[in-house]
Design a protein around this ligand. Structure first.
Ligand code: ATP
Ligand code: MG
Ligand code: MG
Ligand code: MG
Length: 480
């Protein structure tokens, strides 16, 4: 008998047929006459009911079918007597593929805290919550590729090991083959990276953008989607040391084309999840609602999870400049104390997530794109505006999250770019390869970066980013 996935058993009619299923026991209930096993194989959030008659199935064997054990079951599909599901399997044969000692198996059928599950990240995917999250994560990744493929973008694999730090996008992880306990030294007693495998100092990439720009100035429209690494020592709920980034880069796009693409992209991706992950989202919506109840009134979100997703798909994003945003914030009363924790009076101050969330959740009640930031708080590669003070940057702000996308039109003029690099003390010698694109056949171009886990966080409603990646890498945490 061929194995059938539980999702197919639920969605199709197999009544009367003999089938085989395999999966893990979620719960087992017995009385004198019969044993019920709720089986899950990860294809659906729903468990499938197996009915075992002790006259047919050895009782000693049934005792081993504890929560967490892995089973192979062959039996007949029959219409279900109980409520909750259409059909169930009357087992003819049960095989224990893997036992789970009930005294030692940590994932018992009860509500575990997220902290406990994080400590058991190797097994937490066997819970409903994490099954739902990782299925949604898969769908989002698939939708990203589908979106760009349909638009004719080329998926570009940027390198993981690089010699550039994308100019300070974050703290880097060094990569070396040298024995750092006893490294070779040069004449100045500095570590001699000439003896390293790469004959230079290298690090894990913090962003694929600069390489993406090189490719866009040949393939016109590309996107990267790969792991990035930042050794930021921030124990926040929105930062990981290893996270995945989606970075489209497009020749012949100006700042407005870039904003249009980002808005359309986000609405597509989130719409895709709403359409294709209904069961998992309904489960997480419920979960998020319960979580909200435990929050202090002022921290409670006005929107439920599904409402928040529709907030993105159904609203046209507001577009305002940094200067306009600052005016709004200066004249706002965010709460009873009428003050933000970080004062926001001076032009040039960067927005904090409390300001970003205020604009989205309280002032506009729509997703917001902020454009034309002061050049001092943005990167050297952003196109300088005519006013001499701002650059053609954009940040996209979402409810509950704040910044989800950062992007810009890039500076394509060699003279303006090198002038800015000089001001900031960035070595033109080291960046010769980047500057070559401006020397030879330069073109207007733009792009943006979306942290994939921030997106998954938004769509699943999880408040900690560690709960939306299978194996989170954070300070002190890399065991498994
Ligand atoms: P933040 O202000 O939140 O630290 P950033 O401005 O440093 O973000 P960018 O360099 O603009 O981040 O990176 C682009 C996107 O990558 C961000 O908009 C965000 O979605 C995501 N991102 C940045 N740092 C992290 C991180 N440590 N973990 C997860 N996602 C991140
Ligand atoms: Mg940062
Ligand atoms: Mg930022
Ligand atoms: Mg940013």
């Amino acid at each position: 008998n061929k194995r059938i996935k539980i999702k197919h058993l639920i969605e199709n009619t197999y009544t009367g047929e003999t089938v085989t299923v395999m999966g893990w026991v979620r719960t087992r209930r017995s009385n004198k006459h019969v044993t019920f096993i709720a089986l899950n194989d990860g294809s659906s959030i729903q468990n499938y009911q197996i009915v075992a008659d002790p006259e047919k199935i050895n009782e000693e064997l049934l005792k081993k079918a504890n929560t967490g054990a892995c089973l192979k079951i062959t039996g007949t599909v029959v219409a279900s007597q109980g409520s909750g599901q259409q059909s169930e399997i009357q087992a003819d044969r049960i095989e224990i593929l893997g036992e789970a000692d009930p005294d030692k198996y940590p994932i018992q059928p009860k509500k575990h805290s997220l902290e406990f599950l994080r400590e058991n990240a190797h097994l937490r995917v066997r819970t409903n919550t994490f099954g739902a999250i990782f299925r949604i994560r898969h769908h989002l990744a698939f939708a990203v590729h589908q979106y760009f493929h349909q638009k004719g973008f080329c998926y570009l694999h940027s390198p993981i090991i690089t010699a550039s730090d994308a100019e300070g996008a974050g703290e880097t992880f060094q990569v070396t083959t040298l024995d750092l306990k006893n490294p070779p030294r040069d004449e100045n007693n500095a570590i001699n990276f000439k003896e390293d495998f790469f004959e230079r100092a290298t690090n894990l990439t913090v962003s694929g953008q600069l390489e993406g720009e090189l490719a866009a100035l040949a393939l016109s429209e590309i996107y990267t989607f790969g792991p990035t690494f930042r050794a930021e020592n921030s124990n926040t709920t929105r930062h990981l040391a290893e996270f995945w980034m989606i970075e489209p880069e497009m020749a012949f796009y100006d700042a407005e084309d870039n904003q249009n693409l980002a808005e359309d992209f986000l609405q597509y991706i989130i719409g895709f999840a709403l359409e294709n992950c209904q069961e998992d989202l309904a489960f997480l919506d419920q979960r998020a609602a319960e979580e909200e109840k435990n929050k202090k009134a002022e921290q409670r979100s006005e929107l439920g999870l599904l409402e928040r997703l529709e907030f993105v798909t159904k609203n046209t994003f507001v577009r305002i400049s940094y200067t306009e945003a600052l005016d709004i914030l200066r004249n706002s009363k965010p709460n009873k104390k009428k003050k933000f924790t970080y004062p926001i009076d001076e032009w040039g101050t960067d927005l904090q997530s409390e300001h970003e969330r205020y604009l989205v959740e309280k002032h506009f009640k729509k997703p917001v794109i902020i454009t034309d930031y002061p050049k001092a708080i943005k990167s050297f590669y952003m196109k300088q505006n005519e006013d001499g003070k701002t650059v053609a940057a954009m940040d996209i702000l979402f409810p509950g999250i704040g910044e989800i996308i950062g992007g810009s039109q890039r500076e394509e003029r060699l003279d303006k770019l090198t002038e800015r690099m000089q001001e900031l003390g960035i070595s033109q010698e080291e960046m010769w390869w980047y500057l070559d694109t401006r020397r030879f056949g330069t073109a207007p171009h733009a792009g943006f970066g979306l942290g994939f886990e921030r997106l998954v966080q938004f769509v699943t409603g999880m408040s900690n980013i560690r709960d939306v990646i299978p194996f989170p890498r954070t300070p002190g945490n890399a065991e498994f």
